[in-house]
Ligand binder design. Structure first.
Ligand SMILES: Nc1nc2c(c(=O)[nH]1)N[C@H]1C(S)=C(S)[C@@H](COP(=O)(O)OP(=O)(O)OC[C@H]3O[C@@H](n4cnc5c(N)ncnc54)[C@H](O)[C@@H]3O)O[C@H]1N2
Ligand code: MOO
Length: 395
């Protein structure tokens, strides 16, 4: 059995990004940039007012000063006239600051009278002017290749004045759940031997969150011939096949055998982690195949640890970016870790991380309460309240 770090290193070393495509801005949210984004324009494009008020020369700024109003400047409007000594121009937020002016007095501090503006009071030292290029200069690199276009990055991208972006293709994902006992949710109660097929719904949601495109989804009974046929269909349809259940050593555990006829070459099988020891990754017909254990908590923990990293790498991201461990204090003591590296399911409370209670790998009820995984290394001794542990967002 290999360690968690060894398995992650194998994944990061072997998975190459899919192709790239150029898409309009309206279609790239959630995608990963394949080329850096540079600014076509400076921001602001020119010196602009940060407030609604009056632009003037700071040497004229004195309480009681009476200034001649010589024009106005609105965002998107024509350039304003220059401001000379004793003069002022009405300015609005985002509008160009007139030549000659180096201060905006907000309108709440001014009074108007017969075409003149009187400064009633002055407050603070700010000029209320955003200088040209103070946000970014024309030509500056605003977003690097590999950056996921999250909501904030979308603003930066559009501000660069790009109409389109070069992004990595979305991985097409096939998902197969195996197990004779599995029934579509809503139908299990009618068959005493059935349980609701829950895992694929969580995995499908995670695939969507991580930018994957779920193109094929099936549930298969524990019959090798049927499953081998499904494996072939899935490999035809997708870049990645995720298979849940049947990963262990039982006589009816067919997850790997069903890909054998398609030339499966394992990258790793079995990782010394708890939960999720039977997780495996391989390639068949040039596609990636990820096997997740059937136990629902094990499946979701291994999806968080390996599926997110796999989808990130296929989309040109550093998979390590998905494993952003944070050191957080424990709100409750924890027992020794045992002989497998453990990813305990935790809740964040006001005083720190608290185990969810039932740490069984079959848990489905309290799974949704979980917000963090706490990483405990193999043979780690008991940990006491207040001690910091490595934690990863989960859920
Ligand atoms: N003799 C051994 N037995 C087991 C070992 C072992 O090393 N030796 N490993 C255990 C570990 S650890 C895990 S984890 C499980 C994983 O087994 P499988 O991947 O083969 O999972 P299944 O047997 O198919 O199912 C386990 C459990 O989860 C339920 N399940 C499966 N799929 C779903 C689904 N899509 N939705 C809801 N529930 C699902 C299934 O009914 C079982 O109860 O193996 C241990 N055994
Ligand atoms: O690896 Mo299993 O998830 O411990 O039951």
């Amino acid at each position: 059995m290999i360690s968690f770090d060894e398995a992650q290193a194998l994944l990061a070393g072997a998975v190459r990004p899919l192709g790239t495509e150029v898409l309009p801005l309206g279609a790239v949210a959630g995608r990963v940039l394949a080329r850096p984004v540079r600014a076509a324009l400076a921001s602001p494009r020119r010196d602009v007012s940060a407030m609604d008020g009056y632009a003037l020369r700071s040497v004229d700024a004195a309480v009681g000063a009476r200034l001649a109003l010589v024009g106005q400047s609105a965002a998107g409007g024509m350039p304003p006239p220059p401001v000379g000594p004793g003069q002022t121009v009405r300015v609005f937020t985002g509008a160009a600051v007139p030549e000659g002016a180096d201060l905006v007095v907000i309108q709440e501090n001014c009074e108007t009278e017969d075409g003149a503006v009187i400064i009633a009071r002055l407050f603070g030292t700010g000029t209320h002017i955003r200088l040209q290029g103070s946000d970014f200069a024309a030509g500056a690199e605003l977003l690097p290749a590999g950056r996921r276009l999250d909501p904030l990055a979308m603003v930066t991208l559009a501000a660069s004045d790009s109409a389109e972006a070069t992004v990595f293709c979305r991985p097409r994902v096939a998902l197969i759940a195996t197990g004779d006992e599995l029934a579509a949710p809503g139908t299990a109660r009618a068959n005493p031997q059935a349980i609701p097929e829950s895992v694929s719904f969580g995995v499908a949601a995670m695939i969507a969150e991580q930018g994957g495109d779920l193109v094929y989804r099936r549930s298969g009974s524990d019959d090798l011939a049927t499953l081998t046929a499904l494996a072939g269909e899935a490999l035809d349809a997708a870049d990645v096949v995720v298979i849940t259940g049947g990963a262990s050593v039982g006589d009816r555990d067919f997850a790997k055998p069903m890909f054998a006829a398609h030339g499966l070459e394992p990258l790793f099988a079995k990782v010394a982690i708890k939960p999720g020891k039977p997780v495996w990754l391989g390639q068949a017909r040039g596609r990636w195949v990820l096997g997740l254990p059937g136990n629902p908590t094990s499946a979701m923990v291994t999806a968080r640890l390996f599926l997110t990293a796999l989808l990130a790498a296929l989309q040109g991201r550093d998979p390590a970016a998905l494993l952003d461990w944070t050191e957080l204090p424990l709100a409750a003591s924890m027992p020794p870790a045992g002989d497998r590296e453990t990813f305990a399911r935790m809740i964040w409370t006001a005083t720190g991380l608290q185990p969810i209670g039932n740490q069984d790998s079959g848990v489905q009820g309290r799974l949704s309460a979980t917000t963090w995984l706490a990483r405990r290394l193999k043979d780690a001794p008991a940990a006491s309240v207040g001690e910091r542990v490595s934690a990863l967002r989960f859920g």
